[in-house]
Design a protein around this ligand. Structure first.
Ligand code: DQA
Length: 141
């Protein structure tokens, strides 16, 4: 099974971006971790990142058109993008919302996820293991 792992704004900066919050793993390492975990689970994983809301919406349309399961870290879009929320709502295959940090334990504005209600489920707070766990959830679904 093919799986898309989609990452929103600023996640390309992993490794140097607020490492106390997001950890020391670089974005390239995250790509390798997701690809390897997927291979171990029998999934063909493709990892992408964009800072552009329109591009993320288009990728979600592509996933919907091809019934491809998705692991999505919407990053800051989580908290305010109704366009991303609506693009998630129109698909049918499973979609797992992931976060490296636990937004519920952080600033007030991060406590709201406008996408959580349309995701299949959410995994947050386990660093890069959030992605591993999400891939496991998709492999089991
Ligand atoms: C994040 C949490 C968001 O609040 C933040 O805007 C991010 C990353 C996470 O993975 O912990 O960019 O989605």
């Amino acid at each position: 099974t093919r799986v898309l792992v989609l990452n929103g704004p600023n996640l390309s900066r992993l490794g140097t971006r607020e490492p106390d919050v997001y950890g020391a793993t670089t974005y390239d390492e995250l790509v390798g971790i997701c690809t390897a975990e997927g291979a171990a689970l029998g999934l063909e994983v493709e990892v992408r990142q964009t800072d552009d809301e329109a591009e993320l919406v288009h990728w979600l349309h592509e996933a919907a058109d091809t019934s491809t399961p998705v692991v999505l870290n919407p990053a800051a879009f989580t908290h305010y993008s109704y366009a991303v929320r609506d693009a998630i709502a129109l698909r049918t295959a499973p979609l797992v919302e992931v976060h490296l940090s636990n937004p519920a334990a952080r600033e007030e504005f991060r406590h709201t996820s406008v996408v959580a209600a349309v995701a299949t489920g959410t995994i947050a707070g386990f660093g890069v293991d959030s992605y591993r766990l999400a891939l496991r959830a998709l492999a089991a679904s």
